[in-house]
Design a protein around this ligand. Structure first.
Ligand SMILES: Cc1cc2nc3c(=O)[nH]c(=O)nc-3n(C[C@H](O)[C@H](O)[C@H](O)COP(=O)(O)O)c2cc1C
Length: 201
């Protein structure tokens, strides 16, 4: 696309996403890698919550969570996800839609092991998205887990990554008079080449 210049330039949408995130790391006050992750339940009712994007790989986006949480179950059921990353400081957003698979191998182990001990034990203790009778009962579970797992807990089998392989990535930047710039990269399947279109704001 001839007029795709400046912050939109390049032939690799993952490189563009990485470079926008790197810019946002300098300007956002908190969590520049926060994404609003959308799933659908079995009735098709959408569900959205924030998670932290941990990797922008050469061809995918990775975040970590509890596989038995609401989102974990919805992702496992549908195999699809969408997310948006929005930076108020840059007035830009990146939107992604695609298919998901689990990252529950050595890469998930390595990320789990890089987290603080409290977070690692917390992942064991929290039955994420299930009802909880009280804060005290959660703290009691953390104490029990600490006693049984010690200081080198293994990654829980119910906790790990999801890898989103995008079929669509849209880059949006604020423009004067609400005439924003939008470029969408689309491919029919993961194996297909990207088509890029400029969209009306
Ligand atoms: C900025 C921010 C980052 C978050 N990052 C994560 C994350 O990386 N993984 C996660 O499981 N939950 C994360 N959470 C909590 C989720 O938003 C959510 O409350 C939780 O995962 C349960 O969602 P669910 O019941 O839809 O599965 C984060 C919340 C905020 C506000």
């Amino acid at each position: 696309m001839s007029d795709r210049t400046g912050i939109f330039a390049g032939d690799d949408p993952f490189a563009i996403a990485r470079s926008w995130l790197t810019e946002a790391e300098k300007t956002e006050i908190n969590d520049p890698n926060a994404i609003a992750l959308a799933t659908v339940d079995p009735d098709g009712l959408p569900n959205v919550r924030m998670v932290l994007l941990k990797e922008i790989e050469p061809d995918a986006f990775v975040f970590y969570t509890n596989y038995e949480s609401a989102k974990g179950q919805e992702l496992s059921e549908s195999g699809k996800a969408g997310f948006v990353m929005h930076w108020k400081s840059l007035r830009r957003q990146v939107r992604v839609r695609g298919t998901v698979t689990r990252e529950d191998g050595p890469q998930a182990d390595a990320y789990y092991n890089s987290r603080s001990l409290k977070s690692r034990l917390g992942a064991w203790a929290s039955r994420q998205s299930q009802p909880l009778s009280s804060r005290a009962s959660l703290m009691a579970d953390v104490a029990k887990i600490t006693a049984t797992h010690g200081t080198t807990p293994k990654r829980p089998p119910f906790w790990g990554g999801f890898r989103i392989a995008p079929l669509e990535i849209e880059f949006w930047a604020d423009g004067a008079f609400r005439l924003h710039d939008r470029f969408v990269w689309r491919r029919r399947s993961i194996a297909d080449p990207w088509d890029v279109d400029r969209l009306n704001p």
